[in-house]
Write a protein that binds this ligand. Structure first.
Ligand code: GMT
Length: 378
């Protein structure tokens, strides 16, 4: 059989705006463009998949309820559907994004199917650093990782965490996240910019799911220093548990008229180029995909020196990394950057170059393709 024949790939991911679903969907599109046939399973159509692709087949996983079920078992419904799809479509392998519960469901589907079905697991972050360490899931997660045919991590930081937490000997590949640099580009839509910057104010942006790990209230605090230094608008994109606290803080600090909360937005590639600086004060990020998308759009990130973020941002070259002990200076550092157009323009160009080069889609899709070929039975 030809070593480069198109593959039939089952993909499992979460469909929401979270980074793992975005990476999974972008990867599906990249693989489909290379001629592979993709069968994507999730409980809803992925948010990033906004157009028809000839070789991408969607399979929604429905979970039946029953009065006995206090917790309807999504993982069983997924395993069952996956076994069905694997049989009908003669899948060569399954690639799951986010270990819990996807890897266990894929391994169960393989048992149900009763024939070899290699399982590739990509770890994204909180599946290891938060959920995977929870006592309720830890043992089964370790088992699932050990039984995957290949495990990939989105950063060296995450690989080290996985080795430490689960005692997994290395052998896991680090494959960074990537960005579609045609979709995320430098073209600034002046109409969008005009919505945020009426009198040539600088535009500061934050995009996240407003979970506690993102520390979104620190964005508002930092913005108070930015606004004190010069005219600026803060655009907060996304929704989640800490949005209310951010809104209250903006009111309390007298910034209500200078902070815009847009809620979850599908087309962030149209919003991002309107910004000058992107703030991400997360406690940690295994990667920080939003930072990479900002860099692709020529927006300079200012983020915490934590987790995998130093693998994405080169401090002083294409962004600014703020040590944990100096988070209270984030606003001042961002204000300095906003005041120095020449420095910012230089860093923005370096960020765009990194997005196209180090994190370009083609190179990363090839790395995953090599992992797929490596797990196929010889
Ligand atoms: O918790 C989140 O931020 C969502 C999560 C996800 O799986 O959707 O994001 C993680 O995966 C992204 C894609 O690989 C990474 O860019 C994020 O850094 C990572 N989040 C954390 O580590 C907190």
């Amino acid at each position: 059989m030809a070593a480069d024949r198109p593959l039939k790939i089952g993909v499992v991911c979460y469909p929401t705006f979270g980074g793992s679903g975005v990476v999974a969907t972008e990867l599906c599109m990249g693989m489909a463009e290379r001629g592979h046939e993709i069968h994507l399973l999730s409980y809803a159509p992925p948010a990033r998949l906004d157009s028809f692709h000839e070789r991408i087949h969607l399979h929604e996983v429905a979970v039946s309820s029953y009065p006995l079920f206090k917790y309807p078992p999504y993982d069983l419904a997924l395993a069952s559907r996956l076994a069905e799809v694997a049989e009908d479509a003669s899948l060569d392998l399954v690639h799951v994004h986010y270990a819990i519960p996807h890897t266990v469901a894929a391994l169960l589907a393989k048992e149900v199917l009763g024939r070899p079905l290699p399982v590739v697991t990509t770890l994204h972050g909180t599946d290891i650093t938060v959920v995977g360490q929870d006592r309720s899931y830890k043992r089964v997660t370790r088992w699932a990782l050990r039984n995957s045919d290949a495990v990939t991590c989105v950063s060296a930081y995450l690989r080290a965490q996985t080795e430490e937490v689960f005692g997994i000997e290395s052998g896991m590949d680090v494959i960074p996240n990537f960005v579609d640099t045609q979709r995320f580009d430098l073209n600034r839509d002046l109409a969008v910019r005009g919505c945020f910057s009426k009198r040539s104010e600088k535009v500061v942006m934050h995009i996240s799911n407003f979970r506690p790990v993102k520390r979104a209230t620190l964005v508002v605090e930092a913005f108070a220093d930015i606004a004190a230094a010069g005219p600026a608008t803060l655009v907060m994109v996304g929704d989640g548990p800490d949005r209310g606290a951010c809104e209250r803080l903006a009111r309390k600090l007298g910034l209500k008229d200078r902070v815009r909360f847009l809620g979850a937005q599908a087309d962030i590639e149209h919003l991002l180029p309107a910004a000058d600086v992107f703030l991400l004060p997360s406690e940690y990020e295994s990667f920080g995909l939003a930072v990479l998308e900002a860099m692709a759009c020529g927006v300079v990130p200012v983020a915490t020196r934590a987790g995998g973020l130093p693998e994405v941002i080169r401090d002083g070259e294409d962004g600014v990394l703020v040590p944990e002990s100096e988070m209270d200076k984030m606003g001042v550092l961002a204000a300095e950057l906003l005041a120095d157009d020449a420095r910012r323009t230089r860093m923005a160009a370096a960020g765009r170059e990194a997005a196209v080069g180090r994190f370009g889609r083609d190179g990363v899709v090839s790395q995953y393709e090599a992992v797929y070929r490596g797990v196929l039975p010889s």
